[in-house]
Design a protein around this ligand. Structure first.
Ligand code: PLP
Length: 424
């Protein structure tokens, strides 16, 4: 399928008059349509709730859009919890799915009433010592080990992952938690990332539903929710078939009726913690081609770099690129599209066939709406970019300003060595 930007060249030409590149641009219309679809796909389950994974796109404006569709937030750190609290998400609308968790974060999560999702058996004691009790509602993260397969193809390798309780620990954990006063339980698992198949959630759901039935039988635990977590992916490549969220919701419903309903567990709520699927396609990184270089290869140097989007450098991830205004030109040139970091992996694309690029062309790097801006860092003293929302009416709204040198040096503000600094 041809990948088209959600913004036109005319719109972008207008936006860059006010906001210099690089910046991340988000598509309000797309975010809303998708959030509505997720809600509808699971409407068969009265308790359904999507807890948006904050780490994917921690922007208050975007989170508030999702809130309109009934989303809660999945947090994994202190500042993410603080953001959720600041945006007035109430306790049960916050899931705290963390690992290697500091005591202060358990305490804070408990203070604001978040649902705590324990990553490990030893965290039961740690939590009890930290907050002085076991909360009435508690969740445990399950890791069945081995490899995670769908129709004989290996999707991921949970046995190598640092997360979750083993099966044995899960059963023991539920018993211990119950003895210590827990009344309502949840089960969570995240077994494969960025899956582009409608089978992932239903397959995961079967694993979790079956273990839930056994847990209820063996421990008598009152299981209130099953959290399918994240992992529904997006088609980064043009040849990938997008997931169909309605087919996924329907697939989970079938397994629910097959496994949970006959076990008398037809009132269990389904939770999700999608990040990428909620935002990924509805953001892009806009950058300008500022140099071309002809050496052993052909390079285009842009004004964005890996600090704005780390995925290609970190995982060799593919991000589609559109040269604005040249959409119908032949991809006649093979380029490496690079940023300016002193790191040779700072390349948004390697050997990519694209139309001939001229200095000043605007490049749209697709699918940066999740795990894009948020993975940014400040290497080489690079400053983080602005975030802009393309609203439904076609206008642009600044939703995070770009960092300034003052922000970069802010952590020296308790010393007087910067008193001669002349720049903001
Ligand atoms: C990262 C993460 C998610 C979101 O993952 P996506 O791949 O963006 O859907 C959900 N839950 C937990 C616990 C995570 O760590």
């Amino acid at each position: 399928m041809k990948k088209e930007p959600f913004v036109t060249k005319e719109q972008l030409d207008e936006i860059v008059k006010t906001y210099p590149t690089p910046f991340h641009l988000y598509d309000e219309k797309g975010i809303r349509a998708n959030a509505k679809a997720v809600k509808e796909a699971f409407a068969w389950n009265p308790g359904f709730k999507e807890y948006f994974a904050v780490k994917a796109t921690p922007n208050p404006f975007l989170i508030n859009i999702l809130k309109e569709y009934g989303c809660g937030l999945d947090c994994s750190s202190m500042t993410e919890l603080m953001l959720a609290d600041t945006l007035h998400f109430g306790g049960p609308d916050i899931m705290f799915s963390s690992n290697a968790t500091p005591a202060s974060e358990f305490q804070f999560a408990h203070d604001i009433g978040a649902i705590i999702n324990l990553d490990d058996f030893t965290h039961i004691d740690f939590l009890e010592k930290t907050i002085g009790q076991i909360p009435e509602t508690i969740s445990c993260r399950y890791n069945p080990g081995g490899v995670f397969k769908i129709s004989n193809s290996i999707m991921d390798n949970p046995g190598d992952a640092k997360y979750g309780f083993t099966t044995e620990q899960l059963f023991e954990g539920f018993k211990v938690l119950k003895e210590k006063g827990a009344k309502h339980f949840g089960i969570h698992a995240f077994l494969a990332s960025n899956t582009v198949t409608n089978e992932y959630y239903p397959t995961l759901a079967r694993t979790l539903f079956e273990v839930a039935v056994k847990l209820k039988e063996e421990t008598g635990a009152d299981i209130r929710f099953i959290n399918l977590s994240g992992g529904i992916g997006i088609p980064y490549r043009p040849d990938q078939e997008p997931n169909d969220i309605y087919a996924i919701g329907e697939g989970v419903r079938k397994v629910y009726e097959e496994v949970l309903v006959p076990a008398g567990m037809g009132d269990v709520a389904i939770y999700t913690e999608l990040g990428r699927f909620m935002m990924g396609p509805y953001g892009c990184l806009v950058t300008t081609a500022i140099h071309e270089k002809h050496t052993y290869k052909e390079y285009i140097g842009c004004d964005a770099c890996a600090v704005n989007l780390m995925r290609p450098a970190m995982y060799g991830a593919y991000h589609h690129i559109t040269v604005m205004g040249k959409d119908n030109s032949v991809c006649s040139h093979k380029y490496d599209i690079t940023g300016s970091l002193c790191e040779n992996n700072d390349k948004f694309a390697i050997d990519r066939m694209l139309p001939k690029i001229a200095i000043g062309d605007l490049l749209v790097i697709h699918d940066t709406g999740a795990h894009g801006f948020s993975m940014g860092y400040n290497y080489n003293g690079k400053l983080k970019s602005a975030e802009i929302l393309l609203k439904e009416d076609g206008t642009a709204q600044l939703i995070r300003r770009a960092e300034t040198p003052k922000d970069y040096f802010a952590t020296f503000d308790c010393f007087d060595i910067l008193k001669d600094m002349k720049w903001e």
